[in-house]
Design a protein. Structure first.
Length: 258
């Protein structure tokens, strides 16, 4: 009889535990779903956050004609090259990609946000191979963007970007490390193609990034402008979302200016 009572008590305890377990399991389930929803919302904001972080480089978007010189002021061993910079939107993230034809050192520069605020990553593909050198950069007090190589074996130890003439000129300085000092490897001076574009006409804003819109796109009979092929692809993939975000930015800007 005592054994029967003990068995009955164990069954009752199990029922109590089971009764508590179901609400607990449900709470855990809802917490998990909430976490997934929060992660999804964060993922949706990721491209916008990337665009904001990379806004410093919006001035690079466009086509460029460049002249490279190993030694400043000398045409010896100089070369010419062409560059094109555009936005890239993939897998919920944004990047700026600068591709170069006729490059002597790096033929592709890909800039992405870093985990640290006001810093960026640069992946530079070498001209003569598929080898990629990794850099981390930040803005100097002089206003230049200075990228330092993460590996001592990189082709360039430091890469510096500087724009002048209201963004119509871009100077790229490559330096190598000689013992404890940085010495000049080469400098490429770029001039923006169509740099006279927009004089005497109304400024057109890129609906995606807020830069100078040079490519017309349409939706529901309305014409908008984007600054590059990457922004055009993003707009055409989901014009309603891009337009909604654009309107929200303009409304927020009006509030901030009050």
């Amino acid at each position: 009889m005592s054994g029967f009572r003990n068995m009955r008590c164990r069954l009752i305890n199990r029922r109590k535990v089971s009764g508590l377990a179901w609400p607990l399991a449900g709470a855990i389930c809802w917490l998990s779903i909430g976490g997934l929803i929060a992660a999804a919302l964060a993922a949706d904001d990721h491209p916008a956050n990337d665009r904001e972080s990379l806004g410093e480089f919006q001035v690079l978007v466009g086509s460029w004609r460049g002249v490279g010189q190993p030694k400043r002021g000398s045409t010896r061993d100089a070369w010419t090259e062409r560059g094109a910079c555009a936005w890239e939107f993939r897998d919920g993230a944004a990047a700026l990609v600068f591709s170069i034809e006729g490059a002597k050192h790096y033929r592709l520069l890909r800039i992405t946000p870093s985990d640290e605020p006001n810093t960026w990553r640069l992946s530079a593909t070498r001209a003569e191979s598929d080898a990629i050198d990794a850099f981390t950069g930040s803005k100097s007090p002089a206003g230049q963007i200075v990228f330092s190589a993460a590996d001592e074996g990189a082709l360039a130890a430091q890469l510096t970007l500087r724009t002048v003439a209201d963004g119509d000129r871009l100077l790229v300085l490559l330096e190598q490390r000689n013992k404890q000092q940085l010495t000049r490897l080469a400098e490429i001076g770029y001039t923006r193609q169509g740099s006279n574009f927009g004089k005497g006409v109304t400024y057109r804003e890129c609906i995606v990034t807020g830069g100078l819109g040079t490519i017309a796109v349409e939706h529901n009979g309305q014409t908008y402008y984007v600054c590059c092929g990457g922004c055009k692809e993003l707009f055409e993939a989901d014009p309603e979302a891009v337009i909604a975000e654009y309107k929200q930015r303009r409304e927020q800007k009006q509030v901030d200016n009050k």
